[in-house]
Design a protein around this ligand. Structure first.
Ligand SMILES: [Zn+2]
Length: 54
């Protein structure tokens, strides 16, 4: 996974790809997840750690 620098317009949401098929066509799903329009999978994104390094 690599972070691409956002050039030009600011997007409301961070660049994110479907973890299953890699498509970028994601739409909000029931307030807590995303639905991929390409493979029709719905999934949630959960933060499991912060950027603190030990
Ligand atoms: Zn997908």
């Amino acid at each position: 996974m690599s972070e691409e620098p956002t050039s030009g317009r600011t997007r409301q949401l961070p660049v994110f790809h479907c973890p299953y098929c890699g498509d970028e066509d994601l739409t909000p799903h029931e307030d807590q997840g995303w639905r991929c329009s390409a493979c029709l999978r719905a999934f949630s994104v959960r933060l499991i750690a912060t950027g603190v390094q030990e």
